[in-house]
Design a protein around this ligand. Structure first.
Ligand code: 13P
Length: 302
């Protein structure tokens, strides 16, 4: 079954498919293994900062390791954040990166035009949709801006929330989905990314609160699976409330990265992999509550 159908099915079942970021190549094996052992369905994903600023090496290296260790009956490979303008305000040759992922066999891709004006985001996203759909590959896009990846944040989380900075506008979301043909939409409604800059990445992440009423307004306009970035540090009941109201994919990065890094420093790679295996299983079981759901998630909606 295509990744496309899995998210539609998740939306129907009011479940979310987690997508686990892998900033280090040895994380791929324990994440894939955890998903399989929990008899469920989820994504392994990699974003550009994870080979630029961490150690996942390249689009191709991640694909190669994924192909070696993952059972595609349970696990899919997604290309996360390929920004048009990156977190350090540099322009990125996004199209050629996405082409490389499509060519080597990723199951879905993301283009992130969230630092562009609306019309330019539409244009860049529509271009990627044409490229990916020609190969049967679904496209995730972002509208509004999920903050947190910037090296020098402009405001605190409390200020972001109070001013609703970056929040996705429901009217714009409706237009964006219609004009781009994207399959899944990453939106901002109180969520924030865990930091990735060298200076901030070791700090504790804030516990984000979500504006589920705002989410509902977007869900009612767009009718496609919505994506929650910044999955680390959200209370389980808050997360499940969002999932009952349109969120069908949740990205989790910092949570399992910190487990890997902490164990690596104190006890080496194997202990780090074991830590990731256990934490990923725990998240699938207790946080997402999708253990034992592979059959439900893989059955075509009638
Ligand atoms: P966290 O690191 O906050 O879990 O966010 C990950 C993410 O959204 C990657 O796209």
């Amino acid at each position: 079954m295509l990744s496309h159908t899995i998210l539609k099915r998740a939306l129907e079942l009011e479940r979310a498919i987690p997508a686990f970021n892998v900033p280090y190549l040895p994380m791929i094996e324990p994440v894939a293994e955890a998903i399989k052992r929990e008899d469920t369905v989820a994504f392994v994903e990699v974003a550009r900062p994870e080979w630029e600023k961490f150690e996942s090496k390249s689009i191709e290296a991640v694909h190669e390791e994924f192909s070696r260790v993952a059972d595609t009956e349970f696990v899919r490979l997604h290309l996360d954040h390929i920004p048009v303008i990156d977190e350090d305000n540099r322009r990125v040759d996004y199209l050629s990166l996405i082409k490389r992922a499509v060519d080597c066999g990723y199951h879905s891709v993301m283009v992130d035009g969230s630092r562009l004006p609306f019309d330019e985001n539409v244009q860049a996203t529509a271009e990627v949709v044409v490229l990916a759909h020609a190969r049967g590959i679904p496209v995730e896009a972002e509208l509004g801006a999920v903050l947190g990846h910037e090296a020098t944040p402009q405001m605190s989380y409390e200020e972001i929330l109070a001013t609703r900075t970056g929040f996705t506008d429901p009217d714009e979301a409706e237009r964006f989905v219609r004009e781009t043909g994207c399959d899944w939409l990453s939106i901002a409604f109180g969520n924030i990314h865990g930091a990735i800059s060298e200076a901030l990445r070791h700090k504790q992440k804030v516990a984000a609160t979500l504006d589920v009423n705002h989410l509902r307004q977007i869900r009612d306009r767009v009718g496609i699976p919505l994506v929650l970035h910044g999955g680390t540090g959200i209370a389980t009941e808050t997360l499940l409330d969002a999932v009952r109201n349109g969120i069908a994919k949740v990205n989790v990065g910092m949570d399992i990265r910190r487990v890997y890094e902490d164990h690596l420093e104190s006890a080496g790679v194997e202990a780090a992999q074991q830590g990731v295996l256990e934490r990923t299983r725990e998240l699938l079981r207790e946080h997402f509550r999708i253990s034992g759901m592979s059959r439900d998630l893989l059955t075509d909606p009638a």
